[in-house]
Design a protein around this ligand. Structure first.
Ligand SMILES: Cc1ncc(COP(=O)(O)O)c(C=O)c1O
Length: 404
C-alpha cells in the first residue's frame, strides 16, 4: 500500500467525525454508573430520571432477575467457551427456550446472542431461491440487514418493500408477485409488531388476512411489543386479540422488557427451529448466550407470567405520560405503546433538546439521521413500569420548561 493510500482512511474518518461535530450530530455516550432503573446515575451529573431505556417492565434490576444471573454464573461459570453444536448448549439454554415457547404458546424457540443475530439467522436460513420476502419500509435495521444478507447469499431469492403500514400497497406487491414467474416458492411478509421509532403498531389482523389470501407466511419482530402489548404482555398479537399461532414466526429480544441483559430468539414451528439449529450461521459459528443471561432472562419471563399487573402499571404510566407530554405543549405520535416520539425536525435540534432535558434532570435521547429519515428527528420518550408518577411529572415539568 502506498503512503497516499494509507492516508486516505484516517483522513476520511476524521472528516466524517468533524462534519458530524460541526453539524451538531455527534452522539455523546453517557456513562451510567449503576443499575438501569426508573432513575440512573450518570457520571458527572448524578441521579436523573431515565426515560430512554427499553426496561419496559422494570425487570433489569429486579432482585430475582439479578439473583438468577448470579446463580447462573455460580452454576455454569462465565460462559460456554464454545458454539452451541459443539459443546456450548447448557441445560439453562434448553429451559429458557422452553420458557419462551410456552410464553408464546408455540412449538419451539431458539436463542441467539441478540435479536440482531436472530434476524440475521431467520431469513438466510429459512428462505430459498424463488421465495419473496416483503418488508415494511420502517422495519428495524436488523430485519433490513437480515433480508439483504439472505438475498446476497441466495441467488434467486427476491425481496420487496411496502410503504409503512400500507396494506393496499402491500396487496399490490402480492398481486404482482402472483404474476411474477420468478416467484415460485414461499412469500414471507415481515413486520415489526411495535415500530421502534414511531411507536405505532402493525395491523397484524390485516397482515394475517393478506397472508391467508396469498398463501404467505407472517414474521413479526415484537422486540418492543413483548412484555408491553396485550393484557398479559404476550405482545402485539395479544393486543389485537389474535392467537400466537396466527403469527408464523416471532423474533424478539431479551434485551428490553424480558430482563434487559441481551439476547434474542426465534419462536415458531419445531421444524423451522430444527433447521435453524442445523443451518443458522450465527448459531453454527458463534457462542451461545452466556448462562447468566439465559438464567436471568428465564427468570424475567417467569416474573412477567406471574405478575401481569406490571403490564397494567406500564399501560397506566403510558397513558399518564402521554397526557403530560400533551399538556406541556408538545405533540406526541398517537399510539398505545410505551414509545412516545416527539417529532422536532432537524437532528441538531433533537440533540440540543435532549441536552436541555438532561440539564433539567430528565434523560431522553434525541434521534436523528441516519436512525430516522432526514427532517424527522425526534425525542423518543420511553415509559417503564418502574416509573412512579413523580418521575413522569418531572418529565412534564422539564418539557414545559424547554417549550417556554
Ligand atoms: C425491533 C427491533 N428488533 C431487533 C432489535 C435488536 O435487538 P438486540 O439488541 O437484541 O440485538 C431491536 C433493538 O433495538 C429492535 O428494536
Amino acid at each position: 500500500m502506498t503512503t497516499m493510500e494509507s492516508a486516505i482512511f484516517p483522513t476520511r474518518t476524521r472528516e466524517i467525525l468533524e462534519s458530524l461535530r460541526a453539524s451538531g450530530q455527534l452522539k455523546q455516550l453517557q456513562m451510567i454508573e449503576g443499575p438501569m432503573d426508573a432513575t440512573v446515575r450518570i457520571r458527572g451529573r448524578g441521579e436523573v430520571v431515565c426515560l430512554c431505556s427499553n426496561n419496559y417492565l422494570g425487570l433489569a434490576n429486579h432482585p430475582e432477575v439479578v439473583e438468577a444471573a448470579l446463580e447462573g454464573i455460580r452454576k455454569y461459570g462465565a460462559g460456554t467457551a464454545s458454539v452451541r453444536f459443539i459443546c456450548g448448549t447448557f441445560d439453562c439454554h434448553e429451559r429458557l427456550e422452553r420458557r419462551i415457547a410456552s410464553f408464546y404458546g408455540v412449538e419451539a424457540a431458539y436463542t441467539f446472542t441478540s435479536c440482531w443475530n436472530a434476524n440475521e439467522a431467520i431469513f438466510p436460513t429459512l428462505c430459498e431461491a424463488g421465495d419473496l420476502i416483503v418488508s415494511d419500509e420502517l422495519n428495524h435495521a436488523s430485519i433490513i440487514d437480515g433480508i439483504r444478507l439472505a438475498v446476497s447469499i441466495k441467488k434467486g431469492l427476491l425481496r420487496g418493500v411496502y410503504r409503512h403500514s400500507d396494506l393496499v400497497a402491500l396487496r399490490e406487491k402480492l398481486v404482482e408477485a402472483r404474476l411474477n414467474a420468478a416467484v415460485t416458492g414461499t412469500i414471507w411478509i415481515v413486520t415489526d409488531g411495535v415500530f421502534s421509532m414511531e411507536g405505532d403498531i402493525a395491523d397484524l389482523p390485516g397482515l394475517r388476512r393478506l397472508c391467508d389470501e396469498f398463501g404467505a407466511l407472517l414474521v413479526v419482530d415484537d422486540s418492543h411489543g413483548t412484555g408491553v402489548m396485550g393484557a398479559t404482555g404476550r405482545g402485539t398479537h395479544e393486543h389485537w386479540g389474535m392467537a400466537a399461532t396466527q403469527v408464523d414466526y416471532f423474533t424478539g429480544t431479551l434485551g428490553k422488557a424480558l430482563g434487559g441483559a441481551a439476547g434474542g430468539y426465534i419462536a415458531g414451528s419445531r421444524a423451522a427451529i430444527d433447521l435453524l439449529i442445523q443451518r443458522g450461521r450465527p448459531t453454527l459459528f458463534s457462542n451461545a448466550l452466556p448462562c447468566s443471561v439465559a438464567c436471568s432472562a428465564e427468570k424475567a419471563i417467569e416474573v412477567l407470567m406471574r405478575e401481569p399487573q406490571r403490564v397494567q402499571k406500564l399501560r397506566d404510566n403510558v397513558e399518564y405520560a402521554r397526557k403530560g407530554i400533551a399538556s406541556s405543549g408538545f405533540s406526541v405520535l398517537k399510539s398505545p405503546t410505551a414509545i412516545c416520539p416527539i417529532i422536532v425536525g432537524e437532528t441538531a435540534k433533537a440533540i440540543a433538546m435532549s441536552r436541555q432535558l438532561l440539564d433539567l434532570g430528565v434523560f431522553v435521547i434525541g434521534f436523528g439521521f441516519p436512525v430516522v429519515a432526514e427532517g424527522h428527528a425526534r425525542l423518543r420518550v420511553q415509559i417503564s413500569a418502574a416509573h412512579e408518577r413523580h418521575h413522569l411529572d418531572a418529565l412534564q415539568a422539564a418539557l414545559t420548561k424547554i417549550k417556554s
